[in-house]
Design a protein around this ligand. Structure first.
Ligand code: ADP
Ligand code: MG
Length: 365
């Protein structure tokens, strides 16, 4: 099981032009790529906190660049039978949906359509190269977890049971009972299903007077390779997580609090799992939330990429810091920034946690 944690800082939106930018990408030294996120302390602007990641993508990063660097390299592993999981984590408005789903224009397409397009291409090539001896089938499931309940997004909202779909264990794996699965042959097929399912998601949320940013949306792409008697099955999961903002601050209606508790718990468990995996722990606390259970995070031989989405401006300050700080391992080190006299006491760990290993910075004496 391997895990990468990367950060992506989105550009300013048109309506934000001229606003105060407080988050920036940095490198440990001039010869190195961007791996550090810097943000001032809310208490003392002269202090700056640093958070290290496996990689940091700044506002100039295109959808294609992000996909090529963080997702494309794992598609080969997927066809070798490994499960691949890509999460977008962050505050509402920071670019999770943009990163995962993206826009309609080709250049604006996000991780999900690019992933599908690569999977279809690789599958077709494999069938051709083996003269049809290997058959590759792709099937989609798409569901959301809202208030710790699982709902099928490929089914119309009218068919939803209030209790959601039950989970069941089989051979050490967790399944969603009754989750639909649709075969999908090409990108057109996929797009039709995906648009319909996303409409289902919005309709269901509106009915509950909720917002779709309050649920986790999980797209599962199952790849089945059959050649003779051998069947190889693996899945790629792409997850647009619920917003990680602290709703106690912004909206304290009763319903929002129930939602927040469910969101906070699952995001917390997720970050604990990511940390435990990156440390190489034997015990991964995946059983403690439905989302991590279903994904068997830490149980499978797989690859996990967590993308922390960040907005660069001051109005997100506290939520940005807390999303940077979510990981248990993230012990913020408060060191005053003094002119340019900065020394890195400790190189960032290559396998950073959700929050990344903080870099201890001390002024030179
Ligand atoms: P989230 O899903 O985290 O709530 P969105 O993906 O909806 O956030 O992004 C919020 C806004 O920012 C949207 O208008 C989106 O188009 C825009 N946006 C986010 N990331 C980028 C980016 N990398 N480049 C351009 N616009 C972006
Ligand atoms: Mg969103």
């Amino acid at each position: 099981m391997s895990v990468r944690v990367v950060a992506r800082i989105r550009p300013l939106l048109e309506k934000e032009l001229g606003k105060d930018v407080i988050v920036r990408a940095d490198r440990v030294d001039d010869a190195k790529p961007l791996t550090v996120v810097k943000i001032p302390s809310p208490k003392n602007e002269a202090e700056e906190f640093s958070f290290a990641f496996n990689s940091v993508y700044d506002q100039s990063t295109s959808q294609e660049e992000l996909f090529t660097a963080e997702v494309a390299p794992h598609i080969k592993a997927l066809f070798q039978g490994l499960d691949v999981t890509i999460f977008a984590y962050g505050v509402t408005g920071t670019g999770k949906t943009h990163t995962m789903r993206g826009g309609l224009r080709l250049a604006e397409r996000g991780v999900i359509p690019r992933l599908l397009s690569n999977v279809f291409r690789r599958g077709k090539k494999m069938m051709k190269d083996t003269n049809g001896e290997t058959v590759v089938d792709v099937a989609l499931s798409y569901y959301e977890i809202y208030n710790d309940k699982v709902f099928d997004l490929l089914e119309p909202p009218e068919k939803r049971q209030p209790a959601g779909l039950p989970l069941r264990e089989k051979e050490g794996k967790t399944f969603v009972v009754g989750l639909s699965e649709r075969p999908c042959d090409d990108l057109k097929d996929f797009e039709r299903l995906y648009i319909e399912a996303n409409n289902n998601r919005v309709t269901a949320a509106t009915k509950l007077n909720a917002h779709s940013s309050r649920s986790h949306a999980i797209l599962r792409v199952k790849v089945t390779q059959t050649s003779g008697d051998t069947i190889r099955e693996s899945t790629a999961s792409a997850i647009d997580l619920a917003g990680s903002e602290d709703n106690r601050r912004t909206d304290n209606g009763k319903e929002r609090l129930v939602e927040s508790a469910a969101i906070n718990k699952s995001l917390f468990v997720l970050s604990q799992c990511v940390d435990a995996i990156s440390r190489g722990d034997k015990r991964i606390p995946y059983r403690e939330s439905k989302m991590t259970r279903i994904l068997s995070l830490g149980q499978n031989n797989g690859i996990t990429v967590m993308i922390l989405n960040l907005a660069p401006i001051r109005s997100y300050h506290l939520d940005t810091l807390s999303s940077l700080n979510v990981s248990s391992r993230a012990k913020r080190i408060e060191v005053r920034e003094i002119e340019n006299e900065i020394v890195f006491k400790q190189a960032p760990r290559t396998n950073s946690g959700l929050l990344g290993a903080n870099i201890a910075r001390q002024p030179l004496r």
